[in-house]
Design a protein around this ligand. Structure first.
Ligand code: MTE
Length: 318
């Protein structure tokens, strides 16, 4: 991935192997160009509308502790400026390309080190009590949004499958359907997209399995029908269109860490004091705003999550 301003990018470090070197070039070029196009033409003028709007949820619980207290970005912004490399490396093309994803029927396998493994259907997923949560969302590329998600705590699902005492991590995997998604070679990262959390991070009350936004079921470009949202971590941890959730005793591999290990660590907590090797993380551009804002420690969720990392050197565990 890349910073929004290409001039900030310093020469590629020598540690990148040839494949990653090519990948990094693809990201730098595509994101810089799409960023410029996005700024020139507001997305509402180019929005490729899906044939049918996603179905609306009924009444949603809104707990005060999960409302960011900031104005959410528009539905148009949130659904037309996306990272979903399986469909395109162009942020503005994802909304159109992702419509090819078939999300019903869907199933999510939940297993590994658990007492009661299960496979969830789409209906099982929607049967969890859904709530609305307004979270800040900060991409590692230094842009941000405020998003009114719909979903339920990952902890609610994990309680059902009962992790065993050996389980220490949770591994996630995105669907990989070659009939509608591009190859790893074209995207520059390995598929299926994989992510992971430590078990205590996964059980944290802020960690959400999101099934929608703006009161409607999840648009395909945002990771339908179910994705992770971990608001204190960079956006790439929030894996989309999940088909597998496995409890394990080993730190699971993660897609961006495999692609560029020195640039993207397992933890990837939002941290203005630890720069990306190629750009600063001190500030961010809120989509829709002209000037940059200060990036907040743990994306503003420090009070809630700092205890998870007590005693850890956050420069080392980036
Ligand atoms: N999940 C999958 N499967 N594939 C992706 O390319 N991109 C990540 C994350 N989850 C990605 C993914 C990145 S880099 C970001 S910033 C967010 O999704 C973007 O989410 P959004 O498009 O809903 O804003």
């Amino acid at each position: 991935m890349t910073s929004p301003d290409r001039n900030e990018i310093t020469p590629e470090p020598l540690y990148l192997n040839r494949r990653n070197f090519i990948r990094a070039g693809v990201f730098a070029g595509s994101a810089a160009v799409t960023g410029l196009i996005y700024r020139a033409y507001r997305p509402d003028t180019i929005a490729p509308l899906p044939e049918e709007a996603p179905q609306a949820f009924g009444e949603l619980a809104k707990r005060p502790e999960f409302q960011a207290g900031e104005e959410p970005n528009s539905f148009e912004d949130i659904t037309n400026y996306n990272n979903f490399y399986e469909f395109s490396t162009s942020k503005t093309a994802v909304a159109r390309e992702a419509q090819a994803l078939k999300t019903d029927p869907w199933s999510v396998e939940v297993g590994g080190m658990v007492e009661s493994p299960r496979t969830l259907s789409l209906q099982d997923i929607l049967n969890f009590p859904q709530e609305e949560r307004i979270y800040r969302f900060r991409c590692v590329e230094a842009w941000s949004m405020v998003i009114p998600w719909v979903g339920f705590p990952l902890a609610a699902l994990l309680e059902q499958v009962k992790p065993t005492s050996e389980a220490k991590y949770v591994a996630f995997e995105t669907a990989y359907d070659r009939s509608v998604m591009q190859s790893s070679f074209s995207a520059g990262i390995d598929f299926p997209y994989v992510e992971g959390l430590r078990l205590d991070e996964a059980l944290h009350p802020l960690t959400l399995l999101a099934t929608g936004l703006y009161g409607r079921q999840m648009p395909k470009q945002n990771g339908a029908p179910i994705r992770l949202v971990v608001p204190w971590k960079y956006g790439f941890k929030s894996i989309k269109s999940i088909v597998r959730i496995m409890l394990t005793d080993k730190e699971p591999p993660t897609t961006w860490n495999i692609a560029a290990p020195r640039e993207y660590g397992f933890y990837s907590n939002v941290n203005p004091n630890v720069d990306h090797p190629r750009w600063s993380q001190k500030r961010e551009r809120r989509i829709g705003e002209i000037t940059m804002r200060e990036t907040l420690m743990f994306n503003g969720y420090e009070k809630e999550v700092a205890d998870l990392y007590r005693g850890m050197d956050l420069e080392k565990f980036y």
